[in-house]
Structure formats: structure tokens, C-alpha cells
Design a protein around this ligand. Structure first.
Ligand code: RRO
Length: 296
């Protein structure tokens, strides 16, 4: 009863492991599958390997995490090897996340991901931690989506920054360029200062805030996308910690729900959320379709 169709990709349940969290190796893809995820998103990859920002690159606050990772990743080729060796043993789809600097790179990386078995491509144009790749203007995102759309025939999702002001025109323009859906939202630009040491806590100085503090921002963002584009696929991401949070995102209009920061409490969170959602629907005599976008 929890099956979801995400732009044509079938998920056994709506829980998607968010990018940047664990989706980095064959072993972890298989583990997340066994632990009950509906789909797994890879760490965003770049054309060449990157080592990321100086340490410390993560700080935990009482309402979430601030990270300044800086896209540390093994590069597209190694990521594709991990995907290729995992896919034959997986029962759930892998969403390949890319952080390209140009249309040419986007095209190359998207086709390599699809060849290696990824079921969808997530274009990350919203990393808050890297100047040349990060939070982008609409023109750049449109150019990347167009080039990928011509190259691959799997769904293209755009991971969006919560800093967008005019959500309807932003998502409409991307949809016209070929985006099938959106992962909403990436982290909010943030900063933490160590007052004893009189300096920033993070090696990258600024970072991105995830976790419960971001959730109402994500819910509003999902709601605005759904009102603008009734047919778009939406993965609602940002601070989901339990089944009630997941239900809230679906009621705002999400097809699926990303979990990231909550996994710091262990992988049992995945089954807790799916079990909770199932019980809620059974008790109320409802389906996911009944509650999706139910908010007027
Ligand atoms: O690696 C990161 O610094 C990072 C990425 Br790619 C992203 O999309 N969002 C974020 O908070 N951190």
C-alpha cells in the first residue's frame, strides 16, 4: 500500500535516502536496500574526484546539522563502478546525483550514470558550499537540464535551494527545460561561531543547515511546487525525523520523502517511518493518493 510512482520509476515505499548521506558505495547501497528504503540517492558527484573543504566540516546543533563538506566525492567514474556492481543485486532504484560545472559535464555524467544502471538523475545546482558549482541562478540550471534532457531518457530531478524567492516561476522554467521533478529542498546557508575561540566553527566558514529547523521551509516549498505543477514528481526533503513529518510532506504534495539528517540516529529510522505511515493509513482507511497534496 506504500508503492509510489516517481515520474515513472516505481518505488516500494516513498522513503528515499537523500543525497550526501551514505549513498557512496556498493556495500551501502545494498545495506540501505535491506534496511527498507524505497530508493537510494548517491552522494553528488563531480567529473573528477574532490577532497572537499577543511575540517571540521560538520557541527551538530540541537535542531539540526550544519555541514560545509564541499562535495567530497570519488568522481563520476568510481561512483559508476559502485552503481554498476550494486544494481544487479538491488530491489530498489538508485538515483544518481550530479553536481556539474557546465552543460558538457552534465551530459557526460548523466549518460555515464544511466549506463551504469541509475534509474533517475538528480541535478544538484544548490550546494551551499562550493562557489563554482553551488547555489545557481535559473539560467545555469536551465542550461544543465536541457543538455541532460537531450542525452538520457530517465527522469531528471532538480535539487533546489530553499533560497529561491519566486518558486512558481523557477520551477515552471525548469519544467519547460525538461525537468521531470524536484528534490525540495537542499540545505539553508548558515554559519556557526565558536564564541570561546572567537572564530567560525566550520573549516569552510559557512555551511548548509539541515534537520528539523528546515522542515517548515521544505513543506512550504513543496506546497508551492505542487500548486504550480500538479504533474511534477516531488521528493520532499528537509528535516524528516518520523512518520508524521513524512506524512506532512506528502500532504503538502510530495510523492516521496527524503531522509538524510535523521539517519544519524541509525538506519532503523527507515522502517520506523514506513511502519508509522502504513499504520496511519490503515487506521484512517486512507491511501497515499488520498493524502497527497490534500492541503487546499
Ligand atoms: O557536499 C556538500 O557540501 C553539500 C552538498 Br553537495 C549539498 O548539496 N548540500 C549540502 O548541504 N552540502
Amino acid at each position: 500500500m506504500l508503492e509510489v510512482d516517481l515520474a515513472g520509476v516505481k518505488l516500494r515505499n516513498p522513503i528515499v535516502i537523500a543525497s550526501g548521506i551514505l549513498g557512496i558505495s556498493r556495500g551501502l547501497f545494498l545495506r540501505l536496500d535491506r534496511e527498507g528504503a524505497g530508493a537510494v540517492t548517491t552522494k553528488s558527484v563531480t567529473l573528477r574526484p574532490r577532497s572537499g573543504n577543511p575540517l571540521p566540516n560538520i557541527v551538530e546543533l540541537e535542531f539540526g546539522l550544519v555541514n560545509s563538506m564541499g562535495i567530497p566525492n570519488p568522481g563520476i567514474e568510481l561512483m559508476c563502478e559502485e552503481i554498476r556492481s550494486a544494481v544487479p543485486h538491488m530491489s530498489v532504484p538508485i538515483i544518481g546525483s550530479i553536481a556539474p560545472t557546465s552543460a558538457e559535464e552534465a551530459k557526460t555524467m548523466a549518460s555515464l550514470l544511466v549506463e551504469s544502471g541509475a534509474s533517475a538523475v538528480e541535478v544538484n545546482t544548490s550546494c551551499p558550499n562550493v562557489q563554482d558549482i553551488g547555489i545557481n541562478l535559473i539560467n545555469k540550471s536551465v542550461e544543465l537540464v536541457r543538455s541532460i534532457d537531450r542525452e538520457v531518457d530517465v527522469p531528471i530531478l532538480v535539487k533546489v535551494t530553499p533560497h529561491v524567492q519566486d518558486v512558481p516561476s523557477f520551477v515552471r522554467t525548469l519544467s519547460e527545460a525538461g525537468a521531470d521533478g524536484f528534490t525540495a529542498v537542499n540545505t539553508l546557508k548558515a554559519m556557526v561561531i565558536d564564541v570561546d575561540l572567537l572564530r567560525p566553527v566550520l573549516g569552510g566558514v559557512v555551511g548548509g543547515l539541515s534537520g528539523p529547523a528546515v522542515r517548515p521551509v521544505a513543506v512550504r516549498f513543496i506546497y508551492e511546487i505542487r500548486k504550480t505543477l500538479p504533474g511534477a514528481a516531488i521528493i520532499g526533503t528537509g528535516g524528516v525525523e518520523n512518520w508524521r513529518d513524512a506524512a506532512e510532506m506528502i500532504m503538502a504534495g510530495a510523492d516521496a520523502v527524503g531522509i538524510g539528517t535523521a539517519l544519524r540516529r541509525g538506519l532503523k529510522v527507515i522502517n520506523e517511518v514506513t511502519d508509522g505511515l502504513r499504520s496511519f493509513l490503515i487506521e484512517r482507511g486512507l491511501t497515499l493518493d488520498d493524502i497527497r497534496g490534500v492541503v487546499p
